[in-house]
Design a binder for this molecule. Structure first.
Ligand code: ADP
Ligand code: ZN
Length: 517
C-alpha cells in the first residue's frame, strides 16, 4: 500500500519524496491504526490524510476550525481533481444543499467540516449513511484547555467519534507542549496509539531579539540589507499596521498592509500581490498568514511582541519554507509586555492561568543570554541537543569582541558636524563613502573634507556605527526628521580626548556587501 501512497505523492501531488514522518504516518493510517501527529507548521501535515483519503474506498472526514483554511484546501484539492467539499456556516443554503447532494450521491472522497457543523444532529444523521474510513481531527490542540486556542465544541468530538467505530482516527496539531499532548491523547482516547512527533527545530531560521528602542529606524535598518526580499512584518494593532505601512511606503519600499479592518477585497488583493512577488513586504496583524504557503519568505519581523511562543513560532514558521536561510527579528519592549499582561488580567480562572504560563515561557525565550533554541525547543517538549546553534543572536554574539572604533567614530561625527546636523545615518554614510547620488551632489557635499574618506567600511557598517553612537549617548536623533545631532560628549571624541569602544551589531549583517548599492 505504501507503494501506492508514493505513487500518489509523485503523480497526483507532484512531489518527489516524503517529508520526515509523512511516510510513517501514512502507512500507519493505511493499516487502519489510530495516530496522533505533531508536526510544526509547514511540516506537511495535510498529505498525511490527503494521500490515505485517495487510497481508501470510503470517505475521509477532516474536522477543522479554520474556515478559510478549509476553503483553500478544498480549492487546491479540486485542482488536483480530487473530489473534496466542505460544510460550514460560510456556505449559502443552496451551496450547502448542493454539497450535501454530492455527498449523498457518493461523489465525494474528502469532506471538510467545522466542528459545530459536525455536531449538528442532521449532519450526524447524514454521515450515518456514509462509509467512513478516516476521521481526521486537524488542529487537535483545540481540544485542550492548555492549548492556545481552546474550543469547547472540540470536546464533543469524542462523542461523534463513536458514530463511526470503523473509522481510523488521526489527530494532528502543531502544538507539542507535553501537557497539550497528554490532553489530546486522553480526551480522544489515543493512549494506546502511536504518537508521531516531528522535530520542531527549523534550522534555517536565524533568530534574533532586539530591544525596541527606535522601532521605525530599526525596521528600516533591517530592511536595508534585505532589498527586494520577500518578508512579513507583524504588528500588534491595525492602527500600527497602517502607520508602519505609510512610513515604509514613504521610504520607497514595495509594501502593502493587511488586517481585518480592510475590506475582504483589499485583503485578498494584497495577499495575492505578496504571494506573486509583485510586492516584497506585507505589514500585517496576526490575521495574516493562515494557509499562506509561500516558499521564499526570507524574513519575518515582529515589530511588536507576540503574545506567546505558540503564535511566535507559527508566524516565523512562514519564513524559509524552501529551506534557505531566513531571518526572524523580534523587537522586544517592556511596554509591549505590559500590554499583553493587561489583556491577560481581563481573563479569569483557568484561561488566565494558562495565558500567564504562556507569557512566562515567552519571557524565558526573550530574556535568555544563551542559545535561544534551548528555551524554544524546551517549550515544545524537546531537549535541544547542543548549546550553540550558530543561528541565533546569542550564539553569534559570544564571539563578538569589543573594538576600538575611535577613528571611524571621529569620521562619522565630524561628517555630521560638517553637514550641519541635518541628516540621518544613511546620508552620512553616503557622504563618507563618496556617493555620487543626486542629493549629495546637489548639496555640494562632495566638496567636504569628509567626503569619500570612509571606503574601508560598507554603508551598512556606517549605519550600525551610527546606531551604536546613539545608544552610547554621543548622538541623538531629532524627533521629526530623524537627523542626527551631536551631543556634548561627542566633542571629546572629535578633540581626540576620548576613545570610543563598542561592538557593531554583526547579527544585523546577513547578506554582506553585495546587497548594498
Ligand atoms: P502543515 O499543515 O503541516 O502546516 P502543509 O500540509 O500545509 O503543512 O504543507 C506545507 C507545504 O509543504 C505545502 O506547500 C505542501 O504542499 C508542502 N509539502 C508537503 N509535503 C511535501 C513533500 N513530501 N514534498 C514537497 N512538498 C511538500
Ligand atoms: Zn543559538
Amino acid at each position: 500500500m505504501i507503494k501506492e501512497a508514493r505513487n500518489k505523492l509523485n503523480n497526483v501531488f507532484g512531489y518527489e519524496d516524503f517529508r520526515p514522518l509523512q511516510e510513517d504516518v501514512i502507512s500507519q493510517v493505511l493499516d487502519k491504526e489510530d495516530a496522533l501527529v505533531i508536526m510544526p507548521t509547514g511540516g506537511g501535515k495535510s498529505l498525511c490524510y490527503q494521500i490515505p483519503a485517495l487510497i481508501f474506498d470510503g470517505l475521509t472526514i477532516v474536522v477543522s476550525p479554520l474556515i478559510s483554511l478549509m476553503k483553500d484546501q478544498v480549492e487546491q484539492l479540486r485542482q488536483y481533481d480530487i473530489p473534496a467539499i466542505y460544510l460550514n456556516s460560510s456556505l449559502s443554503p443552496e451551496e450547502y444543499q448542493h454539497n450535501v447532494n454530492k455527498l449523498k450521491r457518493g461523489e465525494v472522497k474528502m469532506l471538510y467540516l467545522a466542528p459545530e457543523t459536525l455536531l449538528m444532529p442532521k449532519t450526524r444523521e447524514l454521515l450515518s449513511t456514509q462509509d467512513i474510513d478516516l476521521f481526521t481531527i486537524d488542529e487537535a490542540h483545540c481540544i485542550s484547555e492548555w492549548g492556545h486556542d481552546f474550543r469547547p465544541e472540540y470536546r464533543q468530538l469524542t462523542e461523534v467519534r463513536k458514530d463511526f467505530p470503523e473509522a481510523t482516527c488521526l489527530a494532528l496539531t502543531a502544538t507539542a507542549t507535553p501537557r497539550v499532548r497528554k490532553d489530546i491523547k486522553k480526551i480522544l482516547k489515543l493512549d494506546d496509539s502511536e504518537t508521531f512527533l516531528a522535530s520542531f527545530d527549523r534550522k534555517n531560521l536565524f533568530l534574533k531579539v532586539a530591544d525596541k528602542d527606535d522601532p521605525l529606524e530599526q525596521t528600516l535598518d533591517f530592511l536595508y540589507t534585505r532589498k527586494k526580499q520577500s518578508g512579513i512584518i507583524y504588528c500588534f494593532s491595525r492602527k500600527q499596521v497602517d502607520e508602519l505601512y505609510v512610513e515604509l511606503k514613504k521610504e520607497g519600499h514595495s509594501v502593502k498592509p493587511y488586517h481585518a479592518g480592510l475590506s475582504k477585497k483589499v485583503r485578498g488583493r494584497n495577499q495575492e500581490l505578496f504571494i506573486r512577488d509583485d510586492i516584497s513586504i506585507i505589514v500585517a496583524t496576526i490575521a495574516f498568514g493562515m494557509g499562506i504557503d509561500k516558499p521564499n519568505v526570507r524574513f519575518v519581523m515582529h515589530y511588536d511582541m507576540p503574545k506567546n511562543i505558540e503564535s511566535y513560532y507559527q508566524q516565523i514558521g512562514r519564513a524559509g519554507r524552501d529551506g534557505l536561510r531566513s531571518d526572524c527579528l523580534l523587537l522586544y519592549s517592556r511596554s509591549d509586555k505590559q500590554k499583553i499582561q493587561y489583556f491577560i488580567n481581563q481573563k479569569e480562572d483557568k484561561e488566565k492561568e494558562v495565558a500567564e504560563k504562556h507569557l512566562k515561557d515567552l519571557m524565558k525565550f526573550l530574556e535568555t543570554d544563551k542559545c535561544r533554541r534551548v528555551p524554544l525547543m524546551k517549550y515544545f517538549g524537546e531537549t535541544y541537543p547542543h548549546d550553540d546553534c550558530g543561528m541565533c543572536d546569542n550564539c553569534l554574539s559570544v564571539d563578538a569582541e569589543v573594538e576600538d572604533l575611535t577613528v571611524q567614530s571621529q569620521k562619522f561625527l565630524s561628517c555630521i558636524a560638517r553637514t550641519d546636523e541635518k541628516f540621518g545615518a544613511y546620508y552620512i554614510a553616503d557622504v563618507l563613502r563618496g556617493s555620487k547620488s543626486k542629493k549629495v551632489l546637489e548639496n555640494g557635499h562632495d566638496e567636504l573634507s569628509t567626503y569619500d574618506i570612509g571606503n574601508e567600511w560598507s554603508k551598512e557598517q556606517w549605519i550600525l556605527l551610527g546606531r551604536m553612537l546613539v545608544r552610547q549617548g554621543y548622538l541623538s536623533r531629532e524627533e521629526n526628521y530623524g537627523s542626527l545631532e551631536l551631543e556634548e560628549q561627542a566633542k571629546a571624541v572629535l578633540n581626540g580626548k576620548e576613545n570610543v569602544f563598542g561592538v557593531l551589531d554583526r547579527t544585523d549583517t546577513v547578506i554582506g556587501d553585495e546587497a548594498i548599492e
